[in-house]
Design a protein around this ligand. Sequence first.
Ligand SMILES: Cc1cc2nc3c(=O)[nH]c(=O)nc-3n(C[C@H](O)[C@H](O)[C@H](O)COP(=O)(O)OP(=O)(O)OC[C@H]3O[C@@H](n4cnc5c(N)ncnc54)[C@H](O)[C@@H]3O)c2cc1C
Length: 287
Amino acid sequence: MAKVHELLREGVTYSFEFGPPRTPEMEEVLSRTLVALEPLGPSYVSVTYGAGGSTRERTHELVVSINRSTTMTAMAHLTCATHTRAELAEIIERYRDAGIENILALGGDPPADVELPEGELKYSIELVRLIRSIGDFSIGVAAHPEPHPRSPSHADDRLRTAEKLREADFAITQFFFDAEHYFDLVEAMRAQGVDKPIVPGIMPVTSLRAIERMAALQGSEFPAWLRAKLEAVGDDPKAVRAIGVDEATKLCRTLLDGGAPGLHFYTMNRSTATREIYQALGLTPAH
Ligand SMILES: Cc1cc2nc3c(=O)[nH]c(=O)nc-3n(C[C@H](O)[C@H](O)[C@H](O)COP(=O)(O)OP(=O)(O)OC[C@H]3O[C@@H](n4cnc5c(N)ncnc54)[C@H](O)[C@@H]3O)c2cc1C
């Protein structure tokens, strides 16, 4: 077991994100992915949480089982949305009692089509404080290189991000396609005196339609040059993923050259794109 902010202090981290599977078939896919990615020796892996509590048990089980049954360190995501303070405290205490040391504290995006209660904690900074009060965790938060869609302004989002990062140990960003958005975020944090590590989130494009939908949801610009490049190979899924991997590799290089403290890969529970980028970056299992 290891704390993420301590790993970040030791050197560049490489981490992978997974989601708890919903069906036996998806469970099978994830098992194969874990087997394929474990030999790469990630610094840590993380497991998402369904805002609203839809994956409450499954996230817990997957985090604990990765920690117990693999060589990988797992971090749990947790979201405030719709939960009471007491529910969140219980979830955090269970992690503490199971020996989990890392939690990513998030606001959460509960499903819009289901009627759910408000939730007692409004912003992720309150969850950071609650986690801190319960155990000796390494606590991460989300950062949005292109400001969060609910933010009233770019400046306000940068201010809120600095406030929460001051109290957390590190941040992981939403995905983006232009490295300048990331460098602008880091600079804005430094200008406010916040020098905690900010790990860029990397999403390799493997399907044009899927990525456009996700980018629109989270407020990321999907650049016209990348769309044009992908549209040029249109119906050839192999060519689309080759471009996606190539562009993600270039982005990773630019970020590392610019001083990024790590790379966090959104794997979507698949291993191929991440393995290909790893290889293209010349990373060996032991880095
Ligand atoms: C690495 C990563 C992993 C993620 N994993 C998950 C996951 O597992 N499950 C999931 O549901 N979602 C996940 N998300 C998405 C995230 O939950 C959404 O982006 C959500 O809408 C915002 O989360 P946040 O933690 O940034 O929220 P917050 O920090 O609460 O911020 C939300 C909005 O409120 C504003 N704000 C913050 N504090 C204040 C304040 N004090 N006063 C006024 N405004 C304020 C912010 O500027 C922002 O606009 C993830 C995102 C990232 C980057």
